[in-house]
Design a protein around this ligand. Structure first.
Ligand code: UD1
Length: 421
């Protein structure tokens, strides 16, 4: 099993390229099921998760081809299977989003209930309610969802989400694009990944209005066309490197980062004493000398502070002056990094959905265990800032969501390497 070895203490300096967004790319890949014409995704992140989604699509009959650079070509000329078995869905939650497109195109589908990071219960009730609002009949038994469309196919409908779930909003949009007539999603999620999917569906011939606001309207079509689409930059990767630079007291340009997509994080980092500013084709992050100040945060749906950057922000706060209170409101079990950070000398106590972080002057390297995707990278950030050697075990979690992590970090001065012995 691979391990990542970090010799901490080096300041990060230079430029870090930001890849396409994992969370967007996986849903855009699912959208390729909606058309019998070729789809090309540019700026695709090369990740274990996107390869895994590619395997699932190939099983469903899609031709999947990696092109030059960061291109992925998908062609669902015909759908060979409408069945997604447990083994292909259990590893990550986004695979569940093939249900809607299969149902919309073929009239029926059987998809296993999903897996994914163990950060909470993560039910799919809102996904299923959305599909029912479009006329689907749904049965859940023995770990599988069986969905059937009415005789003439899915019909546009009104979907009122009790919680602005990202996955459910995307799932509703995917199915509605091939449903007859207009669909309206109320209390829709507003994440930039939603706007990215909306742009792709619009270019495929199903106009989507209001993406980025809480009401989304989709004009469903009986047929969609192929498209070439550029995946939006990864705001969570951006947040991660921004926090790594701040933790090491470095100075970097995050190339391709979008200022507008991380405003809640920038506010918190600026309050903590970090310099963050828009820069030529990206964002500049710097901290020179001064000690960090403790800042409280609470995770919220976009445009609030992202839950996917909570662990990384906690890593930064371990070194701040004062006490920071971190509240997690999206997932109920998302502090698994806290005991691991404590192994490096951090002072953190967790009480339900709140973590109290008392800043310490320095961290010291130690062996730690990656527990989930974003938690793992918080350990990398802490290791980069710590004195001495940190060994991060179980790095397959990191490979799911961070492209060329060691190369990007060592490219700006970090002492980090992977060992597979
Ligand atoms: C997506 C992201 C994930 C991010 C999360 C919140 C992907 C692949 N993953 O996950 O990285 O942390 O958004 O920004 O894009 N819920 C229900 N019923 C449902 C669906 C969700 O109760 O049917 C609950 C969840 O358990 C959770 C909350 O809603 O407590 C938010 O989940 P959601 O926004 O759906 O996140 P995901 O789409 O799973």
């Amino acid at each position: 099993m691979d391990r990542i070895i970090i010799q901490g203490g080096a300041r990060l300096e230079g430029r870090i390229p930001i890849s396409g967004a994992k969370n967007s790319a996986l849903k855009l890949m699912a959208a390729a099921l909606l058309t019998d014409e070729p789809v090309t995704l540019a700026n695709m992140p090369r990740l274990a998760d996107s390869r895994f989604m590619g395997h699932l699509l190939a099983e469903l009959g899609v031709s999947v081809e990696e092109g030059d650079g960061a291109e992925l070509r998908l062609h669902a000329a015909t759908i060979a299977a409408t069945y997604a078995p447990y083994d292909l869905v259990r590893k990550m939650r986004a695979t569940f989003n093939v249900l809607g497109p299969l149902l919309a195109r073929e009239g029926h589908a059987r998809v296993s209930l999903p897996g994914g990071c163990a950060i909470g219960a993560r039910p799919v009730d809102l996904h299923l309610k959305a599909l029912e609002a479009l006329g689907a009949q749904i049965e859940v038994s023995e770990g599988y969802v069986d969905a059937k469309a009415p005789a003439g196919g899915l019909v546009g409908g009104e979907i009122d989400l009790p919680f602005a779930s990202v996955g459910a909003t995307e799932h509703a949009m995917l199915a509605a694009a091939l449903a007859r007539g207009e669909s309206v999603i109320e209390n829709a999620a507003c994440e930039p990944e939603i706007a990215d999917l909306a742009a792709m569906l619009t270019a495929m011939g199903a106009p989507v209005e209001g993406a980025g606001s809480s009401t989304i309207r989709i004009q469903g079509q009986s047929r969609l066309k192929g498209v070439r689409h550029h995946v939006v930059g990864d705001r969570i990767e951006t947040a991660t490197y921004a926090l790594a630079v701040a933790a090491t007291g470095g100075d970097c340009i995050l190339d391709g980062a979008q200022w507008a997509h991380n405003k809640a994080l920038w506010r918190a980092m600026i309050d903590a004493g970090v310099t963050v500013e828009p820069a030529d084709q990206g964002v500049r992050v710097a901290r020179n000398g001064a000690r960090l100040q403790a800042v409280d945060i609470e995770t919220q749906p976009y445009p609030g502070f992202p839950t996917d950057a909570q662990a990384q922000f906690m890593a930064l706060m371990t070194l701040a002056e004062g006490t920071s209170v971190i509240r997690e409101t999206i997932f109920e079990n998302r502090f698994m990094h806290a005991p691991e950070l404590t192994r490096l000398g951090a002072d953190i106590s967790v009480h339900g959905s709140e973590a109290v972080v008392r800043g310490v002057p320095r961290l010291r390297g130690a062996p730690v265990m990656a527990t989930d995707l974003r938690a793992s990278v918080s350990l990398v950030i802490a290791g980069l800032a710590a004195e001495g050697e940190t060994v991060v075990n179980r790095v397959y979690h990191l490979d799911r969501g961070f492209e060329r992590l060691e190369a990007k970090l060592s490219g700006c001065g970090a002492h980090i390497e992977r060992r597979s012995d």
